[in-house]
Design a protein around this ligand. Structure first.
Ligand SMILES: NC(=O)c1ccc[n+]([C@@H]2O[C@H](COP(=O)([O-])OP(=O)(O)OC[C@H]3O[C@@H](n4cnc5c(N)ncnc54)[C@H](O)[C@@H]3O)[C@@H](O)[C@H]2O)c1
Length: 416
């Protein structure tokens, strides 16, 4: 058991900055040994966030290999954009270090195989920091599922319903720091951001631990919203108002699982809508949860329930959240950012596998390139590779502990 973890941190952009500022610099057992960014102002911002907290000056570099080759460092957190991050993570694992990457997709399935090979050759874990797996609602539903309250699980829904043009895609569009996702919307047509919903759903359905995703069919609507947003935000004459974007406005994906369950995903980021939602929904033979109406419905309850969240949290809060809520939540995104970072750090301290492991990370990353293939073939089903090579049937024992997502574990020995 290590008391303190030395971390190398790559990518101090919009997300990297927030995780550093709201989470890592406040963790006594994390030493931010070295930071890296290609963009000098980002690197300087990272340095100031660290020293402002009275922490030692970090090593600063614009070459991530300086971090990977540093023998002092136990773990590397990769917060860069989607392109190139799989390679950084694989090199990290080959250097004998724990790796974490942010959410997001692969561009090509070969990136997934590269990461699996790195894990299987080195045994070094890779964790996608999918914060929504640690959301309070998702964890309450997970507990209900694991305790059998919903009966047999049959279907799950989820989506990324988030209007991105103003907040992200066209933000800083004329500057050298234009948003990396815009290139994806111009050049690709796929389910490019499934993990906020698919992560928690995979844990509900025991994906890679007794179950697996078998096929996927994806369908794309036409693309009209982004051009319209561009005209409104950037003007009719802007280059971005005159691009024929490849990315459809609504991407609908249906996944079938070995256990007979179906998963429905929706990417919805370029049409107007009044609120953000992940539409996290779990349907079983004895009950259901739906985030849209904030309702948990169990056998015997009266029909017509609207928003029983408060009562359900009181009864069925996941033990991790019950403790966390009582102590006071920390960090960003309603507290789940802190939890996902703690899950990673605790795994390193204990020298164990991570609760979101390499197989989970890769299975979720694969959805984008597979959906791109399916869309290109008019929604034809595409096989989802078995990255575990059959191990999903009798998977190695689940790593138990406070941050476990495969069972409900109560563990007060570790401080949140
Ligand atoms: N979990 C969440 O809630 C959440 C929210 C937003 C973004 N994200 C994820 O965070 C990641 C980063 O997104 P962002 O919005 O911060 O992007 P960003 O473009 O703002 O930041 C990326 C940073 O990485 C740096 N970088 C890129 N390649 C590099 C390299 N090879 N070496 C060193 N530095 C490099 C860039 O200079 C930039 O500063 C994405 O994967 C995104 O999907 C997650």
């Amino acid at each position: 058991m290590k008391d303190k973890i030395k971390v190398g941190y790559i990518g101090i952009g919009r997300r990297g900055k927030n995780i550093l500022k709201n989470c890592l610099v406040h963790m006594d057992d994390v030493e931010l040994t070295a930071i890296c960014d290609l963009y000098p102002p980002a690197l300087e911002l990272g340095r100031s966030l660290i020293v402002e907290q009275g922490r030692p000056e970090p090593i600063m570099t614009n070459d991530y290999m300086d971090i990977i080759n540093n023998d002092e460092i136990d773990a590397v957190i990769v917060m860069t954009e989607w392109a190139g991050r799989a390679e950084i993570a694989a090199k990290t694992m080959y250097a004998g270090k724990y790796a974490a990457i942010e959410v997001g997709c692969a561009f090509d399935i070969s990136e997934c195989y590269m990461l699996i090979e790195a894990y299987e050759k080195t045994g070094m874990p890779l964790m996608m920091l999918e914060n929504c797996c640690y959301g309070r609602r998702e964890m309450m539903a997970l507990r209900a599922v694991k305790e059998g309250l919903f009966g047999e699980i049959v279907h799950c829904d989820g989506g990324y319903h988030h209007v991105l043009p103003e907040e992200e895609l066209f933000l800083d569009i004329e500057s050298e720091k234009k948003h990396y996702r815009i290139a994806s919307y111009i050049n690709r047509n796929c389910e490019n951001y499934p993990t906020h919903e698919l992560g928690p759903i995979s844990k509900v359905l025991n994906i890679n631990r007794g179950n697996r995703m078998i096929t996927l069919s994806s369908f794309a609507s036409k693309s009209a919203g982004l051009k319209e947003f561009s005209k409104k935000l950037l003007g009719e004459e802007s280059t971005y108002s005159n691009i024929d974007y490849k990315q459809g406005d609504i991407i609908t994906t249906v996944i079938t699982c070995a256990g007979g369950e179906t998963i429905h995903l929706c990417l919805d980021t370029t049409l107007p809508r009044p609120y953000y939602s992940r539409n996290f929904t779990v349907r079983g033979t004895k009950g259901m949860y739906t985030e849209e109406r904030k309702v948990m419905f169990l056998e015997g309850m009266e029909e017509g329930i609207e928003n029983n969240e408060k009562e359900m949290f009181e009864k069925y809060d996941h033990p991790l959240w019950a403790e966390y809520f009582a102590e006071g939540i920390k960090g960003g995104h309603d507290g789940m950012d802190w939890l996902v970072c703690r899950a990673f750090i605790e795994s390193i301290k204990r020298g164990e596998n991570t609760p979101i492991d390499t197989y989970d990370t890769v299975a979720w990353m694969a959805i984008a390139p597979l959906s791109e293939m399916s869309i290109a073939m008019g929604g034809a089903p595409v096989a989802i590779p078995d990255f575990t090579k059959g191990k999903w049937i009798n998977r190695e024992p689940v790593v138990e502990g406070k941050y476990c997502l495969d069972k409900v574990c109560v563990d007060k020995s570790v401080k949140i």
